[in-house]
Design a protein around this ligand. Structure first.
Ligand SMILES: [Ca+2]
Ligand SMILES: [Ca+2]
Ligand SMILES: [Ca+2]
Length: 410
């Protein structure tokens, strides 16, 4: 025991001596440059520190899907209220709700979702406005019944408010998570297809507009990965925390490329539709540092796709694909340690939208094994990050590049 202590002391002394020698040898100017770099890094980091956007009541403790009404600038938010005594099949304390925010965080409940009779629950998550002006909503029933009970619901809207008519338009999904109307088509991520031979596998559903908008009864898809509307299937890697959840967040860039990422391993994909209407999916990011992807959102001004990293309490970014690229750049905008969410620090961020340079973030706070967030706790919060410095920088760089090209051409 004593000998070991002595060895450790000796090694420590030697290491300290080596460090001080190298520090003396280091030119002073280089050290100053490094310090300046660290200070700038710290400043850059601090400028994206999240603040509190809204504190939510207990009956709205689980904010998830977000979408902006482009016409009014209002932010619509689904809250499945998964926490509470629903575990074990009991009815939840609070029903799932649809809510609306103005840009300053003023908040109003619009609707309590009617439960699915079979489970007594609704798990309203992703949502998007359709071309008919109604809201389309992922109802994740997987947390209550894994046997193809998830649905897409249409919430009929008039003058920015629900009329009260909520009807299923697609039934038979596994874990409906994110939803996107694009090019008069409806795209939906399914996080847990549970197909034989895979640790985990998720995918993308694609429905033509007419199939949804002109239907007389809900479209029922075939089970177990057999349906033709399931156009992408991607497996999940088994990594440290062994979460098998697949396709989660989804967004589309200004070139019409659709992106999605896996919750369980953080791998990102890009999806395009070819001239013959076939769907192509390529892996664009597979980096062991980044192991989780929940909701994602493309911002055309900063030219970034922002990723809610639930594992790391982080907002990360990737660049959208350009030309024939198949890989993207990536980085971290902000991350913080475990927190209850006080003052707006991230408490398992799951979705974000960007409005007038402000990134509005929902903190899901419904933990899974291996996440930084260790428990569900008050306060229940939405955060906001001012990303205008990043937007300005990217726009300036683009302007300089244009100028450079013009000069070269003249
Ligand atoms: Ca999600
Ligand atoms: Ca919290
Ligand atoms: Ca928490």
């Amino acid at each position: 025991m004593k000998k070991r202590t002595l060895t450790i002391v000796m090694v420590t002394i030697l290491a300290t001596a080596a460090m001080s020698v190298s520090a003396q040898d280091q030119p002073r100017r280089q050290r100053a440059r490094q310090n300046a770099g660290q200070n700038a890094g710290q400043r850059n980091r601090e400028q994206f520190k999240p603040k509190l956007f809204a504190e939510l009541p207990e009956w709205c403790h689980n904010p998830d899907g977000l979408t902006v009404d482009e016409k009014t600038g209002k932010i619509y938010m689904n809250n499945p209220n998964f926490n509470g005594p629903a575990a074990g099949g009991k009815k939840k304390d609070f029903p799932a709700t649809l809510n609306v925010f103005d840009k300053d965080g003023k908040f109003e409940k619009l609707l309590e979702y009617p439960p699915l009779e079979e489970t007594g629950q609704t798990g309203a998550m992703g949502l998007d406005f359709g071309p008919d002006g109604n809201l389309y909503v992922c109802d994740n029933q997987y947390f209550y019944n894994k046997d193809h009970k998830s649905r897409i619901l249409k919430v009929e809207m008039k003058d920015g408010k629900p009329t009260g008519n909520v009807t299923p338009v697609v039934v038979g999904l596994k874990l409906a998570n994110a939803i996107l109307w694009h090019n008069n088509e409806l795209w939906v991520t399914d996080s847990c297809l549970d197909l034989d031979g895979y640790f985990g596998i998720g995918g993308l559903w694609r429905f033509k507009g007419d199939e949804i908008l002109k239907q007389t009864e809900p479209l029922k898809v075939l089970p177990n990965g057999q349906d033709k509307h399931l156009v992408v299937k991607e497996a999940v890697k088994k990594i440290g925390r062994e979460d098998s959840t697949g396709a989660d967040g989804m967004t589309v860039d200004n070139n019409g490329v659709i992106y999605f990422g896996n919750f369980g391993d953080g791998v990102m994909y890009a999806v395009t539709v070819d001239a013959d209407d076939s769907v192509k999916c390529v892996k664009i990011l597979d980096d062991e540092r980044y192991q989780c992807c929940d909701g994602i959102f493309f911002d055309p001004i900063s030219k970034r796709i922002f990723i809610n990293d639930s594992k790391e309490n982080a907002i990360r970014w990737i660049t959208p694909l350009q030309g024939t690229q198949t890989q993207v750049r990536s980085g971290v905008l902000w991350s913080n340690d475990d927190t209850d969410g006080t003052d707006g620090l991230l408490d398992q961020p799951c979705e974000c939208v960007i409005l007038d340079g402000k990134m509005i973030i929902a903190n899901f706070d419904y933990t899974f094994p291996g996440l930084k967030n260790v428990k569900f706790d008050a306060p229940h919060t939405m955060s906001v990050i001012d990303i205008t410095p990043l937007q300005r920088r990217v726009q300036q760089q683009a302007g300089q590049q244009r100028q450079g090209r013009d000069n070269a051409n003249n």
